[in-house]
Design a protein around this ligand. Sequence first.
Ligand SMILES: C[S@@+](CC[C@H](N)C(=O)[O-])C[C@H]1O[C@@H](n2cnc3c(N)ncnc32)[C@H](O)[C@@H]1O
Length: 280
Amino acid sequence: MMDNQEIEITLLLDAMRLRYGYDFTGYARASLTRRINKGLEESGFSTISELIPRIIYDKDFFTNFVKHLSVHFTEMFRDPEFYKTLRENVIPYLNTYPFVKIWSAGISTGEEVYSLAILLKEEGLYDKVQIYATDFSDIVLEKAKKAIYPKDLIKRSTSNYQEAGGKRSFADYYHADYESAIFDRSLKDNIVFANHNLVTDSVFGEMNLILCRNVMIYFGMDLQGRVVKLFSDSLRNNGFLCLGTKETLDFSEVKKNFVTLVSGQKIYQKKRLDECRDAE
Ligand SMILES: C[S@@+](CC[C@H](N)C(=O)[O-])C[C@H]1O[C@@H](n2cnc3c(N)ncnc32)[C@H](O)[C@@H]1O
């Protein structure tokens, strides 16, 4: 038997899925419950049952509520060692291709994709890449497209950039006014921003590199399994998959399709199709 709160949460998740197609049922339940309760507190309603009709009838209210259900923390060159490894072990390999397709999934406000763009420019690869930068939140995607960030974050971003093996001065990539750092428009040249929900939307085909970092950490095991299958299906043979430091392919069915390139950094390379069949 479910307790009252579990029943209310189940009804809320069903309402959001049926009305808007946003499916949170596969997210790790304990942390999702905490975030729902935080959203409830800020909504002014006292129970989830009171909140549900408002969610159903008021799309703006729903969009705002969804903000509470996801964690959007990100930063430039987050986990600098990861970007250093990418620069040294993956980029030289991709540089042997005439054209490279990259998918950065769950970009939040965009710092991840601009870090990647900077790195690709410095390694002479940017002009032959197409980057698809996706998230399921239109609110963060709009911020990502602007590429304007609070100036007080620049100190931290600069030190991450340097630790990640940055080759120039980080200041070359933005200009600052009183409050903000506005990033160079040319970083956006080869980036397509799009809304994509990893739970309900389909594959992005023929990728050479996929980054999905610090997103699946909020998913339950079954959902993680489905999403890494989506990534496996979206990658070309020998394509690379990069997860966050706390994420892994270890428990997934598709692990056999990959070799671990750098385990500490969770960088995996997809085997060729014949090698995948041999592993079955
Ligand atoms: C913690 S941020 C990670 C940002 C960046 N990848 C990084 O590592 O710094 C997680 C992002 O995943 C997005 N997200 C959560 N569930 C998603 C889903 N089902 N489909 C697409 N994006 C999702 C959230 O909107 C949020 O922006």
